[in-house]
Design a protein around this ligand. Structure first.
Ligand code: MLT
Length: 383
């Protein structure tokens, strides 16, 4: 199996690849790809590409909807870097509240002063701040990262208001009862001294923090964005900073508009840049890819349904990407006839996926018979 790493991926993950996996330099030759931040919509992939695994949560650098139509399964690694992002969010809350960076710069700038200890005592009032304990944090998005942020903030004595229209019953019940969960974002905005964003960049979330949203926030609120730059309307955020409506915009995404703005504190996308998160993401990306290649199972895909038959123990297994119609799955199984020992299938939007365990190793004729079924995008003999 030929693989290509579009970005460097932690050794701990790559070491989990067996000798059956061979690194190739040219993306067009790759059957599986590992990626972190390379923009894949600008890159040409080969016809043999089966899967892309993103070592991270966001997938806005991968044209996953187009890939789905071509039978390319895209995975991400939800939760694998959540702790790293949570820790950065807490650091951002503190950096927004106390001028620690300004104070540290003052010390460096005055390092030649032999009486720096004494001078510092006079200078320090310029860097005094406020505490986060007792303040309200609004957490927009209560997924893997948002939930960790909630717990850390509560642990630091903050009050927390949360919003997530997709919160499942189980996740809602697992939330700390001290969290005030609201069904209307306006209520979160009006409650919060700090608002932190933990949701993906989608057409539906693009620019959602705009002038209207900011108008609902408290005077002097701090906006924290470790999610994606596109979720905020940058012009509206800058206008709110100028007007004093927002006290600070702390973001992990550098753009020309915010980079040097005095109201912005900008980091170079460091959220997941810890050794631990990079290891976790790489391990998860490699394990998901191997499970897909060697068993045909799909777990944690962003463009195909979750379908698994467990470890491939039957003599044969065929994996089929098809259009999102369960009738296609039925036709695939019919084409395999009595050879099918077990099957599993699922549909997600416009695409579907069917796995069939066979009583004998899959033959080329069986794969061709499946490919001939109307609606089949790709069929592969797993074994
Ligand atoms: C993510 O989407 O999880 C992060 O952007 C990962 C990264 O920093 O590469």
């Amino acid at each position: 199996m030929k693989y290509n790493c579009l970005n460097s991926i932690s050794k701990l993950g790559l070491e989990r690849l067996t000798p059956a996996y061979e690194s190739v330099a040219d993306l067009k030759d790759a059957e599986v790809v590992f990626v972190r931040s390379a923009k894949m919509d600008e890159l040409e992939v080969g016809a043999g590409l089966l899967s892309v695994a993103r070592a991270g949560a966001g997938v806005n650098n991968i044209p996953h909807a187009d890939y789905a139509k071509k039978g390319i399964v895209v995975f991400n690694t939800p939760g694998a870097n959540a702790n790293a992002v949570k820790e950065l969010v807490i650091a951002m809350l503190l950096l927004a509240s106390r001028d620690l960076l300004g104070g540290a710069k003052w010390v460096r700038d005055n390092s030649a002063d032999e009486n720096i200890g004494k001078t510092a005592e006079k200078a320090k009032k310029a860097f005094a701040g406020t505490e986060i304990c007792g303040k309200t944090l609004g957490v927009v998005g209560l997924g893997a990262i948002g939930r960790l942020v909630v717990n850390a903030a509560l642990g630091l004595g903050m009050k927390v208001t949360g919003y997530d229209p997709y919160l499942g019953v189980g996740a809602a019940l697992a939330l700390d009862p001290r969290v005030k969960v609201v069904g209307d974002l306006a209520d979160l905005y009006s409650d919060s001294d700090f608002v932190t964003l933990h949701l993906p960049a989608l057409p539906s979330t693009k620019g959602m923090v705009d002038a209207k949203a900011i108008a609902q926030m408290k005077q002097g609120a701090v906006l924290v964005n470790c999610a994606r730059d596109l979720i905020v309307n940058e012009a509206d955020v800058l206008a709110a900073l100028e007007a004093g409506k927002l006290r600070k915009y702390v973001t992990d995404f550098a753009t020309p508009g915010v980079a040097a703005h005095p109201g912005c504190l900008v980091l170079p996308h460091l959220g997941a840049s810890t050794e631990e998160a990079e290891d976790n993401c790489a391990v998860m990306a490699v394990d998901e890819t191997r499970n897909f290649v060697e068993n045909g199972n799909i777990v944690n895909s962003v463009n195909y349904p979750a379908v698994s038959l467990g470890v491939a123990k039957a003599p044969g297994r065929i994996a089929v990407c098809h259009t999102g119609d369960s009738a296609v799955s039925a036709a695939v199984l019919a084409a395999l006839g009595g050879a099918v020992a077990a099957s599993a299938s699922g549909v997600r939007g416009e695409v579907g996926y069917t796995l069939a365990d066979l009583s004998a190793p899959a033959t080329a004729a069986q794969v061709e018979a499946v490919k001939a079924v109307a609606g089949v995008i790709r069929a592969r003999a797993v074994k």
